[in-house]
Design a protein around this ligand. Structure first.
Ligand code: PEP
Length: 259
């Protein structure tokens, strides 16, 4: 299965805009059925109850979650609330959460565990900053992030995690790593996960690429680099771009299965 995850961030300023987005998405998908692609769209919390009514093959995800079930945690949303609202997945540790809101590896780990316990799929973001890349610390930083996320996860929990490799310098910049660089990261992540579990389980864990993705870059960032799909920011604000990416990945998968 290939994934197109859309992070709509703090956009769509009214419910009308959110409903308009959903209407265009439905119109673009029509009655098309996807067998090899799944999309997960992550709107602001306010619109999640509308985003749970999407066409087949499109699910809704949240952009963040807290680790407690309920209580005196002003401004937070719990995994149980998301689950009860029909949400299936949640983005955790996005670069903007780490950078602007100071989320550490420890916080990301707690949120990942809480999501799994409440049967939400955690889409956990990892990635190096521009400075870490410049000082050639990418592998060390990614290793630390991944080891922390998986430190306390059972095998059953581990295989439900989706990792999104998002180099922080590539987000919102229109600058991308080469497919060779993304492939290197994929190999590194598989190696770490193989050490922690085994090769079969490491192979089953879904790894996405995110950072300035456009539909024209899909071949390079997905199948050339061996990734299982993409996490899309700006381009996800256009529902037809999401559907275009789903169509490209579906067509590629169909052609491959015929070969
Ligand atoms: C993101 O913020 O997760 C992202 C990938 O953004 P963009 O596609 O706009 O670079």
């Amino acid at each position: 299965m290939m994934y197109v995850v859309g992070n709509l961030k703090m956009n769509m300023l009214s419910r009308e805009e959110a409903l308009q987005y959903i209407a265009v998405l439905k119109r673009e998908i029509k009655d098309r059925r996807y067998t090899a692609v799944k999309s997960i769209l992550c709107p602001p919390f306010l619109y999640l109850s509308d985003f749970v009514h999407l066409p087949a093959s499109v699910e809704s995800g949240a952009q963040n979650v807290f680790w407690e079930k309920s209580g005196a945690y002003t401004g937070e949303i719990s995994p149980t609330m998301l689950k009860n609202a029909g949400v299936t997945s949640v983005i955790i540790g996005h670069s903007e959460r780490r950078g602007i809101h100071g989320e550490t590896n420890e916080v990301v780990k707690k949120k990942t565990l809480a999501a799994l316990k409440h049967l939400l799929v955690p889409i956990v973001c990892i990635g190096e900053t521009a400075e870490e890349r410049r000082t050639e610390e990418t592998a060390r930083v990614l290793e630390q992030q991944v080891r922390s996320i998986f430190a306390d996860l059972s095998r059953m929990q581990a295989e439900k995690v989706i990792i999104a490799y998002e180099p922080r310098w590539a987000i919102g910049t229109d600058t991308l790593p080469t497919s060779g660089e993304i492939l290197q990261v994929r190999v590194l992540l598989r190696k770490i996960l193989t050490e922690q579990y085994d090769a079969q389980l490491a192979e089953r864990i879904i790894i996405l690429y995110g950072g300035s993705v456009k539909s024209s870059f899909l071949p390079a960032v997905t199948w050339e680099a061996g990734m299982d799909g993409v996490l899309v920011g700006r381009e996800s604000l256009f529902p037809y771009e999401i559907v275009k990416m789903m169509n490209i990945l579906e067509e590629h998968a169909t052609v491959e299965s015929k070969d």
